[in-house]
Design a protein around this ligand. Structure first.
Ligand code: NDP
Length: 279
């Protein structure tokens, strides 16, 4: 069994990114907008800012209070859309109740939508011609690629159908010529389907939900989940201890998919800069 080391792969890609940014005349810029004081969101935003600093990407964080109005937030997006220093805009979700995430995402210039959440960018992903790759699924594809795993012709099962992970994940696997099945909470006989996967990707948000009996011998198992177990320890959606005995490759949590998401965001910020500068 091989453990896919997302931390090491992510560090290698960030090294490549830093080298590329160092060669650029002007620096790409990322604006991160956070509304309210959700502690988990604050940690994510801090990590994104630090990743930019470490790779030479300009970054600014806009911290708005929880009582910010929709109009104020939209006005900030308009300002960032027009700001030449800013190549990419990311609004940290979830937004406090009362604010419309859909309207805010739709307001971001599609050329600056580095999370690839807007209808235009989702449409491009669906057409098999993505402008920006969705960050977490792109991170998974990169982990597979850099581990020498080919997707073409493989039976790929994605558990979870969210707009952020499951659905775009399935599209990227399909684009890579995988045969893709998407499962969700209404799927019947889930274990029978997961047990047929050559590549099993799990993104459901249920601690240690996938157990060894649900996985084929030699399967490649990618765990996107981030949960707390009964001892408040970070863990994935896969029961790592038992499943790792059957899998040929497996990602740990932490240290698997997690570090890749921000790395792919950095790549998208560079892509956005190039798009806006006709490169
Ligand atoms: P959502 O809650 O938006 O979606 C969960 C999906 O899992 C839904 O499609 C749901 O089905 C499905 N599901 C829930 N329970 C079951 C079940 N018992 N059997 C089968 N399917 C089930 O979550 P996200 O996609 O946003 O996130 C999933 C996990 O990934 C979370 O742990 C999250 O923290 C983590 N995550 C990690 C990231 C990273 O960078 N590593 C980034 C983003 C998320 P239905 O649609 O029917 O309700």
């Amino acid at each position: 069994m091989n453990i896919i080391d997302g931390k090491a792969i992510s560090a290698a890609i960030r090294g490549e990114i830093a080298a590329e940014v160092a060669q650029m005349h002007q620096k790409p810029g990322l604006a991160v907008v956070i509304v309210g004081d959700d502690p988990a969101s604050k940690v994510y935003v801090r990590n994104k800012h630090k990743a930019c600093e470490d790779t030479g990407i300009y970054s600014e964080v806009h911290e708005l209070s929880a009582d910010t109005t929709q109009q104020e937030l939209l006005a900030l997006i308009d300002k960032l859309n027009a700001d030449e220093k800013i190549s990419g805009i990311l609004v940290q979700l979830p937004l406090p109740k009362g604010l419309s995430e859909d309207e805010v995402i739709a307001r971001i210039d599609p050329k600056k939508d580095v999370d690839a959440f807007s209808a235009i960018n989702v449409g491009h992903i669906m057409l098999g011609d993505p402008i920006f790759l969705p960050c977490t699924p792109a991170g998974v594809m990169e982990l597979l690629k850099r581990s020498g795993i080919e997707v073409k012709g493989k039976n790929c099962v994605v558990v979870g159908r969210s707009n952020i992970v499951g659905k775009p994940m399935a599209m990227l696997l399909l684009k890579a010529d995988g045969t893709v099945t998407i499962c969700h909470s209404k799927t019947r006989n889930l274990a029978e389907i997961t047990a047929k996967a050559d590549i099993l990707i799990v993104a459901i948000g249920r601690a240690k939900f996938i157990t060894a009996d649900m996985v084929a011998d030699g399967a490649i198992v990618i765990d996107v989940g981030m949960n707390r177990d009964e001892n408040n320890k970070l863990c994935g959606d896969v029961d790592f201890d038992s499943v790792s005995e059957k899998a040929s490759y497996i990602t740990p949590v932490p240290g698997g998919v997690g570090p890749m998401t921000i790395t792919m965001l950095l790549k998208n910020t560079i892509k956005a800069y190039k798009l806006q500068h006709g490169e």
